[in-house]
Write a protein that binds this ligand. Structure first.
Ligand code: ADP
Ligand code: MG
Length: 628
């Protein structure tokens, strides 16, 4: 019927309900995993505490989701399957503050148009009550019949895409579809910890997410998603900005992986806003910036972070799949995220450095395994409340170095035998409280490593890497204190920009000046750069200004200058640091160890490599099969 390139006008006709629903389905129902996402979101919105999922053939033949939520009134059953029908919003104002996962009123109608769908529900406590609805034909005529069901809802989606072959063609093997479903479950299971979820495939129990109430359950659930090693290599953080503190009630909690526990892919980055998992450029940027300077080049951090804020401050009505959001005040959010994560990572250093030692007044973070169940003590600091969980273990956890791998240990440790003798100097009775976290130096190995003994065993420090970080942090502090000097250009540089960028430059002229730029607008589309930050005088002024303005336009803030500056300082630190093969005296080595304990981020060198590692006596005993 459709004849594209013709000059004869076709008549306009209203699409029938099934077809228009199928078009809507095109946006949200891509594969079984998207069906699961929509159905689970509905179950969660209904306050369910238990959800059972049954699948056949990777969900392509059958998806059944049963919950114990509040159910649907009998009179509303037909409406639930029609488009633009929802119980979650009523008026335009409601759209401004969405607190449920769903609100578009499209999912069930869409699903019903591309599968054989049955909806059974009971909104009462009477177990013999319950009704079932199915739809048929182009008009999607509903048929309702009694069907006993305990309070809650069951949705059955059979033969997905049976009537839309184009979509069906894009389905992959059952195994692949199943993997995607499991990924959806992992994501949802983290944001709804109290809900029990059972997944059955072809009659077999495949996954079971136990409800997490106590701290241990939370850790277990998290381990189920990321693996136990993540828990062992992550920092737990919790930070809140209350409205009285001018923070718009932003709250962040969750886990960030230690820089040494990074990945080559950005595949383990889970970010939730008010319980909804999202992908957002601003968020990714803020996190990346917080890891700047501690992450090895090209590596990706791992994190599971939960941001809570007033629903009025975030627009979730941006994309049909609701994977994207728009923050009303992106700049605040960016700042908040960056500060919180940056601080948490700054504390990655050898245990024992107490919060009081820190030179920078700030919230500080203790890395804690998952102390959500513990009562946290609250400290107020200018600009925010910081909940700390005082724990002996916490710093230790934050600063824990990567453990030796088995084979490596065997090879590397052989020449160290003699040192165990030396450990007798302290003896077992020594009061561990007197020994600093990195212990006391006992020798230098091959001019590269410092060997030290602490309360629990052997510490090995890469002296160049460690010194580099210490020097770098010092240089940064010194330049922070001195401020960024302006360097007037002998010949001002003229830069062509878009009108919008030039507007930005004018708008942000104060901020630009604070960064060391003096910029003048000379026409609608050109700027004259008169000064640039003194430290960056060797950079291309035009490019620098362009990048800075691009950041300001997108994120309302820029860290580019600090980044450039830090790159320079990092190079300077590298050259100024002790080189391999320099003999250090024992007091020099001890001084370096003490400096490390007092320096932020000293767990990694400027390039993100670890600076030290620990081998406990227990591990050494095992290595030599002692006591077995
Ligand atoms: P939305 O979730 O955007 O409101 P849906 O098409 O997913 O739209 O669902 C339509 C309506 O059906 C929901 O607003 C809700 O009232 C009801 N509903 C759907 N699934 C459930 C469920 N599992 N439990 C209770 N009510 C449900
Ligand atoms: Mg929904």
């Amino acid at each position: 019927m459709p004849t594209p390139a013709t000059r004869t006008a076709q008549r306009i006709m209203q699409l029938n309900p099934r077809l228009s629903n199928q078009i809507a389905a095109g946006e949200v129902v891509e594969r079984p995993a998207s069906v699961i996402k929509e159905l689970l979101e509905n179950s969660l919105d209904a306050g369910s505490t238990r959800i059972d999922i049954d699948l056949e053939a990777g969900g392509t033949k059958l998806i059944r989701v049963r919950d114990n939520g509040h159910g649907i009134h009998q009179q509303d059953l037909t409406l639930a399957l029609s488009r633009h029908a929802t119980s979650k919003i009523r008026e335009t104002e409601d759209l401004e503050a969405i607190s449920t996962l769903g609100f578009r009123g499209e999912a069930l109608a869409s699903l019903a148009s591309v599968s054989r769908l049955t909806l059974t529900s009971n909104a009462s406590a009477d177990k013999t009550a319950g009704w079932q609805v199915t739809v048929a034909g182009q008009e999607m005529q509903a048929r309702v019949a009694p069907a006993p069901h305990p309070q809650g809802t069951t949705v059955e989606v059979k033969d997905l895409f049976f009537n839309t072959p184009a979509r069906r063609k894009f389905l992959r093997t059952d195994k692949t579809e199943l993997q995607r479903i499991e990924e959806v479950l992992r994501k949802l299971s983290l944001s709804h910890l109290q809900v029990a979820i059972y997944l059955h495939h072809n009659g077999k129990l495949l996954r079971h997410f136990a409800p997490a109430q106590a701290e241990d359950d939370v850790t277990r659930r998290l381990a189920g998603v990321f693996g136990q090693t993540f828990i062992d290599n992550a920092i737990y953080l919790e930070q809140a900005f209350s409205p009285e503190q001018g923070g718009n009630g932003l709250q962040l909690r969750g886990w960030v992986g230690l820089p040494t526990f990074s990945r080559s892919q950005a595949d383990q980055q889970y970010f939730y806003v008010n319980g909804r998992m999202i992908r957002d450029k601003l968020v990714t940027h803020a996190v990346k910036q917080a890891y700047q300077d501690v992450l090895f080049h090209g590596r990706q951090p791992v994190y599971a972070l939960f941001l809570t804020l007033d629903p009025r401050l975030v627009d979730v009505n941006v994309h049909p799949t609701k994977h994207e959001v728009r923050f009303r005040n992106g700049r605040d959010v960016h700042n908040f995220l960056f500060t919180a994560i940056h601080r948490a990572l700054a504390d990655v250093r050898p245990e024992g450095a107490s919060a009081a030692d820190r030179s920078v007044p700030g919230p500080g973070f203790a890395g804690v395994r998952s102390d959500m169940a513990e009562t946290a003590s609250s400290t107020t600091w200018p600009g925010g409340t910081y909940n700390s969980v005082p724990s002996q273990q916490s710093m230790r956890f934050a600063g824990r170095p990567p453990a030796f791998g088995g084979g490596f240990v065997t090879e590397q440790m052989q020449p160290y035998g003699r040192l165990l003798e030396a450990s007798k100097i302290f003896g077992d009775e020594t009061d561990a409280g007197d020994i600093p976290p990195l212990g006391y130096a006992i020798a230098q190995l091959h001019g590269v490593f410092i060997l030290a003994e602490n309360a629990s065993g052997l510490i090995i420090v890469d002296m160049h890497a460690a010194h580099e970080r210490i020097t770098y942090e010092r240089l940064k502090r010194a330049t922070d204190d001195a401020g960024l000097k302006m360097q007037p250009l002998l010949v001002p540089v003229s830069v062509a920009m878009s009108e919008r960028e030039c507007d930005m430059a004018e708008e942000h002229s104060e901020q630009l000046q604070a960064l060391g730029f003096e910029i003048q607008r000379v026409s609608a589309e050109s700027l004259l750069v008169r000064s640039i930050p003194a430290m960056l005088r060797k950079e291309n002024a035009g490019e620098l200004v362009r990048d800075v303005l691009a950041d300001l336009a997108e994120f309302g803030t820029t860290a580019r200058i600090t980044q450039h500056r830090d790159e320079l300082l990092s190079t300077m630190a590298c050259h100024g640091s002790v080189r391999a093969n320099r003999r250090l005296t024992i007091p020099e080595m001890n001084a370096l160890l003490r400096d490390m304990e007092a320096t932020e981020r000293s767990g990694q060198c400027n390039h993100g490599r670890p600076t030290w590692t620990e081998q406990s006596l227990d591990a050494l005993n095992k290595l030599f099969l002692r006591g077995q």
